[in-house]
Design a protein. Sequence first.
Lengths: 1039, 582
Amino acid sequence: MNKKLPLPFRGINFYPLFFAVLLLTLQLQVFSQNTGNLLTGSVKDNNGKPLQGVLVKVNNSTSFTITSAEGYFAVSGKDNSTLLFSHPDFYNLETTYKKGNDFSVQLFARYLSNPGGKQLSNDSLYKAESIKYVDILNGKQPAANMIQSYATVNTNQLITTPASQFLNALPGRLAGLNISFNNGAPGLDGNGISYNVRGARAQTIIIDGVQRGFTSIDPEQIESVTVLKDALATVMFGQRSSNGIISITTKKGDKGTPRLAFTAQSGFETPSALPKPLQSWQYATLYNEAQQNDAGLTPVTTPRYSQTDIDAYKNGTDIYGHPNVDWYNTVLNKTAPINRYNFNVQGSGKGFRYFVDVDYMKEGGLFKTIDSNTYNTNAQLDRYIVRSNVGVDVTPTTNVQLNLFGRIQRNNQSGAGTSSILSSLLNTPQNAYPVFNKDGSIAGTSVYGQNANIYGQSVYRGYQFQDARDMAVDLQLTQDLKFILPGLTLKGQGSYNNTTTYTTARAKDFAVYQLNTNGTTYTKYGSTSQQGSSGTANDRIRVTYLNAALAYDKSFGKHTVNATLLADQQSTLPYSTGNLPELYTDYAARVSYNWNEKYFIEGAGSYAGYNYFAPANRWSPFYAGGVAWNIHKENFIKNNLKVISNLKLRATYGLTGQANAGYFSYIQTYWTPSSNTNNNDGYYFGSTGVGVTRSTGQNALTNPNLGPEHAKKLNVGLDLGLWNNRLIITGEYFKNRFFDLVAGPGKQTTLLGTGFPTMNLQKFDYWGTDLSLTWQDHVNNFNYFFTGNFSLVQSKVVFNDEQPKNYDYQRGTGRQVGLQYGYTAMGLFQSYDEINDPKTAVFASTPKSTLRPGDIRYLDRNNDGIIDNNDNGAIGSGKPVAYFGFTFGFSYKGFDMSMLVQGTQNRVSYLSGDFFNGYGSGGNYNAYDYNLGRWTPETAATATQPRLWLGSNVNNTQTSTFWIRNTDFIRLKNAEIGYTLPAKLSQKVRIPSIRLFANGLNLFTWSELYKIRKDVDPEAMGGTYPIMRTLNFGITVKL
Amino acid sequence: MKKIINYSIVLLTLLILGSCKNSFEDHPLTFTSEDYIWDATDATGTYAANFMIKIYSQLPTGYVRLNGVLLDCATDDAVPSNKTNATWNIINGGYTPLSTFDDNWSNSYSAIRKSNLFLANYKRVPWADPNNPKWLSAEVRVMRAYFYYEMMKRYGGVPLLGDKVYDATDASLFKIKRNSFDECIKYVISELDAVKDSLRPDATLAARGSGNGTTEGTDGDAGRIRKSIVLAIKAKVLLLAASPLFNASTTPDKTYTGYPAYDKERWKAAADAAKAVRDLNLFALEANRYILNTTHVNKEFIFMRFGASYQNTYGYRMSPVGYKPGNTASEGLISPTQELVDAFPMKNGKAITDPTSGYNAASPYTNRDPRLDQTIFYNGSMWLKRPIETFENGLDKPNNSSVANGVQTQTGYYAKKFLANDANSTAFTPVMYHPGVTPTFSLIRYADILLMYAEAQNEYSGPDASVYSAVEAIRQRAGLVPFALPTGLTQTQMRDIIRNELRLEFAFEEHRFYDIRRWKIAKTTYATPLHGVSIVKNTNGTFTYNPINVTTPFFDESKMYLLPILFNETLVNPDLQQNPGY
C-alpha cells in the first residue's frame, strides 16, 4: 500500500473502491498475463483536474487499463517501464513510471477535436465515453451517424486568434465557409466582415439555436462553431434555410469539480499595409507631367509648379509655403494596443452544471491623441461580457437550463469619424498644406477649409462614441417522458434578447488658417465652434424566440429511431422603427433511422411562415432527406481492410427557402404630405415663393404575389478514416439550384410611368466541392497534426429575365453569378499614329482629339468602328472561387504550436478609386508610389499604369479589364506558440497549470496584387481602416 | 403515442402563438392606403388635391440643371468653363441612344401616369365645392398635354397613352407603338381646347404687376394652370407643329418624325394662337428686364415652373472667378461664346457687321444693345464695384492655380443672365435660382408670345405691320434707340431678325437649343468653330483682342435634329420605333 496517497484519499480503503468503480463503469477488466507490480498513479488535465477515461498502456506488454473518475489508474507492470497515455481529446504522452512518488502526469488538450469521433485506439473499452456529438439544428447527433453536411471547430481553434470578433478566427478553418475582411478598425458586431456558405447570398449566425445580433462574443465561451451546409442540415429553419447557417454552441460546463481559468493577454496591432503617397516634389513633377499630357502636343508654358516650387519641395527650404507632410505618420501611430482579460469557471455538482464567464476586451486605434484633450479622440473598442450558463436537474426527469448573457460595448472615435480621416489620408497630397503654420495655427487653404486638416480631424474635432447594450435570457426546460414512453422527451425553450445602440456625438468644428502672399497676415477659413452634444438612438431591437419540441430516441436491438417534432417562432421587434415584429414560424419535424449503425436514413421538413408576405403566400413547405452507409462496418471491409477505420458514403437532397421581402411589401402604399419632406416633391403657388404645398402620391408598385426564394440542394459526401483515424479525409460535392430569387424584372419600360416591383424570377446554380484532410499522430511525446481544407464554388445564372442583348458576350445568363461587366482593354495607346489610325475605334464621347498616347485602348468587340455599350461584356474571370486553409502544429512536452495559412484563388477585384483617381478633382486627389509606373514615352514598354491626367478622364476610368486584377492572396493568418510550465514548477506556487503563450493574426501576406502595388492589403484597399497585423502575449492560469 | 403527439402539437401551438396573438395587428394599419388618398369621407379632398401637386412638381426647370451647367452650353451660345464637365461629351461627340441627353422621357411618362391615376380616381371624393373637381381635373389634363409637348419637341411623335393606367404585369406595355406627330399634335390641342374654359379665372393685369415695377404682384393663385397658360401652351405647340423640322419631315414614311407635307396653314394656326394670348390683354412687357430675375409674379410671366424663394447662390455660380464676396469664391461656370456676343447689335439697333453701326473693334463693348450687359460678363464691365478682368492673367482669368480646380473662362466671357443689377453692390442680390429645391423658372413669358406671333405671321403672310410691331415692342423694351426696324424688309430679312431677337431675348433660357433644331439650322450655327477672345492688357492700359478658337462641336445633321430614345426603351419593345439614324 502506498503510504503517500493524496490528501483526500488518506485513510480510505482505496483499492476496493477503485476496482468497484472500474467494474461498474466498464464492466470489464483486463489483467496482464505476466506478473509484476501494480503501477499506480493519476492523470490530470490542463486544469490540473483528474481526467477520467485515459487509456494507460504499459509499453512492450499487453497490460493496460483506463483511469477512474478520480483520474487514478492501476496497471500491472514493471517499475521503470514506459507508460503510454492516450485519450481522444488529449495529446498522447509517454513517460517512464517512477515508483515511490505520487506518480502523476498531465495531458494537454488537443488543438483539433478528434473529427472521427472515435477513440484513436481501436479498443472498444469505453466507446460510450468517446462518442462525439455534433450540434445540429434542434438537437445533436453522434458524429458517426451524421448524414448532414457540416464542418466544425472547437474553442481551441478560436482562442489562438487575438481579435475582437471570433469570426476572425474562422477563415481557412471550415471547408465551405468563405470569410473576408475589408476593414480593421475597432468596431462593433460584424465590422468589416462578410462571409458566405458555399457562395450563398444571405448570412445567418445562430447562437444556441437562436438568431441574434451578438456576432462578436468572446471565444472562451464558445464550445464549438458548426457550419450547417446542406438542405437536410438547415431545412428545419424554414424560411431561412437556403443559405447555410453558422451555428454556435456555448459552453455549458464540463463535468467535475470547479475549474477556474484566468487569461490575461496583451498585444499590439500594426497596419498590414498603408498607402504610400508620393513626396511633394514627385507629386508636383508628376502633376506638371499630367498637365502636359492633357495639353497634348501644345507645350504648357505655365505649368502649375515651377522649378523653384519643385526645388523648394525637394530641399525642404520652405516647409510652410511648400510643405511635404507625411500625413500617415503625422496622424497615425505605428501601433495600437489590444488587451483582453478573461475569467471563467465551470464544473458540475450533483444535478447541476455551470459555466460562468467574464470577459473584458479593449482594442485601441491608431490615431494620435493630444494631452490637452481631456477625452479620448482615438478609435477604441471597450467590451465587457458576462455569461452564466447553469443547468439544474429539478427532478430526476426534469432539467432546467438557464443561460444569461450581458454585454456592454463602447466604440469610440474622433468627432470627424474614423472613416473620414482615413479617406482624407488617402486623398490628400503631401503638399496640400502644412500641419501647422509658422505661428502655430492649424493650417488649411480655400480648398482645404474648415475641418479639413487631417491632424485637426483627428484631435480637434471632439469625439463620438457608440454604446451598445445587449441582454439575453434563455430558459430551456427538458422533461423526460419515459414514464409515458421510454425515449420520449419534451423540450421547451424561451429566449429573450434585447439590444440597444446609441450614438453620442460630442463634436466640434475648427477653423483653419492660410498665410497670405504678403507673408504676414492669415486668411481664416471656417470657424471654431463650441463642442456640441447630440445623441441618436441607432437600434433598439428585441428578439424573442419560443420553441417546443417533442423528441423520441430509442433503440430496438439493431434498430435505432430518432424523431423530433417542433414548433417555434422567432419575433424580431425593432423599436427604433415602430414597425410590427417580423415573425418566422416553423412547424418542423425530423425522423432518422439506422440499422446497426450501418445504414442510415433521415428526413426532415418544415411548414414555415413569414409574416411580411401577403396572407395567401405566408406559409410554405420545405423538406429534405438523406441516406448514408457506413461501409467500414461491413464485414468485407472489417475483415479484409483493417487499415480503413471509417468509410461512409452519404447523400442528401432537399428543398429549402429564404424569405426576401420588404416590410409588408405586398401592400400598395401612398405617401401623405406629412411624410413627404422633400421639397422637390412639393410645389409653390402665389407670389411669395415660400410655403411649399406638399404632395401625396403612390409609392413604388408592389407585388402581392411575392413568395419565398427557394433552393434545391444536393450534397454527396464521402468520409474516409485510415489507420485508426490518424488520417481523415472528407470530400463533398454539392449542387444547389436557387430559384424564385427576388429581383426586379430585366425587361422594364419607362412607359409604365413608375418602377417595376420585384418578383420571384431569378434562377442561379451554385456547385462545387469541399475537401478536407486531417492527419494526427505522434512520435513518442511529439504529437503533431496537419489539417487542410479546400473549397471550390462555381456558379451560373440559369435564368435572369435579362434585357434583350445584341451580342452573346453581353448576356449574363449562362455565365457566373455576379460577374463584372465592362470593356476589354487592349493595352495603352503607344503613339498618336495609333490613336489617329482610321481603324482605331474610340468612344464617341472621347474623340481622338482628346486622346493621348498612354490612354487605354479598348477592343471593338462588334467591329462597328466605335466603342460603345455594345462592346461591353462579361470581363470577370469566370473561374470558380477557391479558398483554402492549412493548419499544422505540434505539442511536445510543455510546448505547443499551431499555425494557420489561409488564402484564395481566382479572386479578382475591380480597382477603382485611388487606383485611377490620379490627379482627379483638379489635383485635389493624391498620387502614390505605384503611380511612378505610369506610361511615359520613355517607359512605354514597361509602363504598368496609363499616362497621368488631371481632373476626370472618361476614357481611362471606364470599367474595363485594365482595372480588373487578380487579387489572390495567401496569409499566415494565425500562429500561436505556448509553453505550459511543468507541474512541478507551477505547484510550487500552488497553481495546477500555468501556460504562457504568444500568438498573432495576419502575420504575413502575399498577394498577386503586389505585382502592381505593395502598399495595400488585398482584402482592404482604398481608404478603409487597414487590416491589422497583431502580435499578442498572454498567460493562462488554471485552477 | 399518437395521442401524445396530437396533444403536444396542440399544446405547442398554443404556447407559441397564444401569447403574442393579440399583441399586434396582422399587418400594419399605419400604411396609407389608396382609400386614404381618394377619401370618400373628405369633402375637401385634401389628399386628392395634393396628389396633383406632385404632377406640378415634375414640370421642367432650367438654370444649371444639366451636369451642373446650363442647357445652352450645348448650343453655339456657350461652353462649360470646366473642361472636365460632362457636357463636353455632348459638344465633342453628340448623343446616342446609349448616352441620351436632356432626356425628359421618363419624367414625362411618370407625370402622365400620375395624371391618369388622378383622372381615374378623383371622382371618388365627394367634393363639396363643385369647382374643385372641375378645376383640378382640367389642370391635370393641361399638364398632361404639356408633358407630351416636352417630349414632342425632343422626339417628334411619341406613344399616346390616353387615360390608361398600366399594370406592371400588362404585356401590352411592351407592344406600344409611337403615334404619328400629327396624332400627337391633334391630341394635345384637343385636350387643351376641351378644358380651357373649365379652369379657375385668370388674375387681372393689375394683380400680376405691383405697379411700381420692382416688387411682386399680388396674384395668390400664380402658378396654377389657368386659361392664359392653356392658350400660351397651345401657341407653343402649334408653333412647333408649323416649324421646318416637322413641317415637312424629311422622312415622311415615318409619321412620328413630322408631317408628310408642308402646309402653310399651320403657320396661320400658330399665329392665331399667339394672337389669342395677346388679345387676352392680361400681359405686358416689363420695362425693366431685371424684374424678371427678381420677382415670381409680374406682368410678363405667363407660365412658370414655380419654386422656392430667392437665393444669392446663383451669383457665386455665375460670377467671374476673381470675385469672393463673403469670402466665398465664385465659380464662373459658364463661358459664353464670341458668337453670342457678336449677335448683340449696337445700341442703335444696327448689327456690328453693318459698316454704319459705329462698331469699334478696339473697344468692342461700347454702345452695345443694353441686353449684352444684362446677359454677359465681359472685360471691363462693372460688377460688384470693380471692372471685370478677363484679360490674360487678370483677376478673373488668372491662368494659375489660385482658382478652385483651375476652372476659369474658356472664352473671355462669363454668363450674367438671371442675375440682378449688382454693378454697384457689395454683395449679390438674391435671385430666383434656389440650389436646395427646384427654383422658379419661366417656361413661357409674354415676350415669347410676341416673337412667336411674329415668327408665325412672318412665315404666313410676310412682314406685315403686325409683325413689325411685335418685334419692335421687344426692341423697344430692350432699350434700343431707335428701336424701329428699317421698312421694306423681305420675309427672309425679317426671319433673320426675329431669330436673332429670340436668341438675344431668351439667351440661356433654354430656347436656343431647341430653336436651332426646330429651324433646322444647327448644322450651320453649331457645327462650326466657336470662338472666344484672348485679351492682352497693354502697358498703356489699352487692350488687344485676339480671337481664339474654342471648339468645333460635333453635329450629324442626318439624325441629330431629333433626340434619340433611350436604348433600353426600344430594346424591350421592338415595336417602339427609334428615331431615324440612331
